[in-house]
Design a protein around this ligand. Structure first.
Ligand code: AMP
Ligand code: FE
Ligand code: FE
Ligand code: ZN
Length: 290
């Protein structure tokens, strides 16, 4: 089984990279992509953990970039997965740093608004929960759980942390066309993440998706928890029509989200195509991989 989207403590997942690799093996995966938000911070630890495995296993190093689509009329937040890009490529590296930096001020602004409304959490608490990883709303959600305000991070997202909440503050996001171009320049493969995750807010329509082919988009994450069956069917058709590869993945976040590794998967054929398009960095295989 192949799962191309998972988070660790380097961003808003609850597994360390080492734990993620162990859990991936336990879940029956043989290929996993680590895709933390706006960072490559978990790559080294995950690679080392794969180096210690005694079963066949392949790690794909990636990142999920915070992006914005803006056609002049509307601005829509979206996520872009980049796989196997060179982490030393300067422009992209600088953008990742900018995105992570902005998550700090923005996270603090959300916490300030919640505190002003009487919710008993603190920014220091959120920083401690994030533990040096790229700060995100799930960390604030965890603080709200600790404070007894909500039962789960998912519950926190229903109202307090949703993008339509009065406490919501937007974060810095990269123009998606720029992100696509920089990932390609760094030898990576850009794949749009959960494009029709409609419960999160506005999503790109078909025309907007089509417009990303020209800047160099190479794939669409079709099979994802947040995609309804008819949306999966339509995205599959669209990917075929546009010559894009289609992927499937869990978007695992450990205990911060109710989804298990391998809940959606990518076909071996799509993986082969993806690997054929990547020129940035190599896969990491466990010693037992043939
Ligand atoms: P942020 O990057 O700080 O804007 O937070 C967005 C992150 O929150 C996403 O990457 C998901 O990991 C998580 N998220 C979004 N919606 C939900 C939800 N309904 N339940 C749990 N986690 C969510
Ligand atoms: Fe996340
Ligand atoms: Fe995402
Ligand atoms: Zn994700």
């Amino acid at each position: 089984m192949i799962d191309l989207h998972a988070h660790t403590t380097a961003s808003d997942g609850s597994d360390t990279p080492t734990e993620l690799v162990g859990n991936a093996v336990a879940a029956g995966l043989h290929t996993l992509a680590i895709t933390d938000h706006d960072t490559t911070g978990g790559w080294q630890e995950a690679g080392a953990a794969v180096g210690r495995l005694d079963v066949p296993f392949t790690l794909i190093r990636g990142t999920e970039f915070s992006c914005i689509y803006d056609d002049g009329d509307e601005r829509i937040s979206l996520h872009l997965l980049g796989y196997l890009f060179d982490p030393e490529a300067e422009s992209l590296k600088a953008e990742r740093a900018r995105l992570r930096e902005s998550r700090l001020g923005r996270g603090e602004a959300i916490v300030d608004a919640l505190v002003a409304a009487g919710y008993p959490i603190s920014w220091q608490q959120v920083i401690d929960i994030a533990g040096g990883g790229a700060v995100g709303r799930p960390h604030i959600g965890q603080a709200l759980v600790q404070a007894g305000v909500v039962d789960s991070v998912t519950d926190a997202f229903a109202h307090l942390l949703s993008s339509s909440s009065p406490y919501y503050v937007p974060k810095l996001e990269m123009p998606v066309e720029l992100a696509i171009e920089l990932i390609r320049q760094a030898g990576g493969v850009p794949v749009i993440a959960h494009p029709w995750a409609r419960r999160r807010g506005r999503v790109l329509d078909e025309a907007a998706l089509r417009s990303l082919v020209e800047p160099g988009l190479l794939g669409i994450e079709v099979d994802h928890l947040d995609h309804a069956p008819d949306d999966r069917a339509r995205l599959t058709e669209l990917a075929e029509e546009l010559g894009l590869l289609s992927t499937g993945s869990s978007d695992y976040h450990g205990t911060r989200k109710k989804v298990g590794l391998g809940s959606d998967t990518t076909s071996p054929e799509s993986l082969e195509r993806l690997l054929g398009l990547a020129t940035g960095i190599d896969l990491i295989h466990s010693p037992a991989t043939g």
